[in-house]
Design a protein around this ligand. Structure first.
Ligand code: ZN
Length: 247
């Protein structure tokens, strides 16, 4: 079974289309998504409709809550708050209802689980090995996929030792990771629609449980087209600019 693992699409249809085209060339069987379908980008309806029709396994992200009115936006910065209000006003009633009903993680899927932030708190940011080390003893499955930080990579746990996993190099488009049977893993596939690890290419992963294999991927997409849509929608221009630098 080849799982296509996505996270943090953020209403970026250009990035999503490029990832799906490349993933189709690689081949996959099923899709799981770690949340944040909407927020920041200009195509919340198209991205939500694709998720509704194609993604059977998904957990909600903080922007899915904010964009569908489930969050009071108190902790959001001005650009994120602006885009959350715009998203609420732009979504169709059917897509709003879908986002409001998205399940809270963790969601276990036959031997692995997906979460948005961390297995203990859907809104927590796992940015460093020291933060991840707080989770020792709480990982119910050997492999968990998470998002929220928009940083491809994640963490390997071996007894009390936590090692940070690297993203794909800038001059490569894939990086294979063979999972050690004695270790636990928190794997971040990276963000499809708004990478923040200094690589503006869309990030995603393939997971093959039978081979204990994770393949991190990066795929270029039409960034100027996504930027133009953000500007045309009247969303904050910094949301367009950051796509080009991957921060
Ligand atoms: Zn996000």
């Amino acid at each position: 079974m080849r799982w296509l693992i996505l996270s943090d699409i953020h209403a970026n249809l250009e990035a999503l289309k490029a990832v799906l085209a490349e993933a189709a060339r690689d081949g996959f069987d099923k899709i799981a998504c770690c949340g944040d379908v909407v927020g920041y980008g200009a195509d919340p309806n198209a991205c939500t409709e694709w998720v509704r029709s194609s993604v059977p396994y998904i957990v909600r992200g903080n922007h899915d809550k904010a964009g569908s009115g489930l969050d009071d936006l108190e902790w959001f910065n001005p650009a994120a708050r602006n885009s959350a209000f715009w998203t609420q006003q732009t979504l169709t009633p059917e897509n709003l209802a879908y986002l409001r009903a998205m399940p809270k993680g963790p969601l276990e899927i036959g031997g692995f689980q997906i979460v948005h932030g961390s297995p203990l708190d859907e809104d927590e940011y796992l940015l460093s090995a020291s933060e991840a080390s707080q989770l020792i003893g709480y990982l119910e499955t050997r492999v968990s996929f998470f998002g929220h930080t928009h940083l491809q990579g994640g963490f390997q746990f071996h007894r009390s030792k936590v090692i940070e996993l690297n993203p794909v190099e800038l001059d490569q488009d894939r990086l294979e990771l063979t999972l050690h049977p004695d270790c636990h893993y928190l794997i971040n596939p990276g963000s499809v629609g708004q990478p923040r690890d200094g690589d503006p290419r869309a990030a995603w992963s393939i997971y093959v449980p039978e081979e204990r294999l994770v393949i991190y991927r990066r795929t270029p997409y039409d960034i100027p087209a996504a930027q133009e849509k953000i500007k045309a929608a009247g969303l904050p221009t910094m949301l367009a600019h950051r796509l080009a630098v991957g921060h």
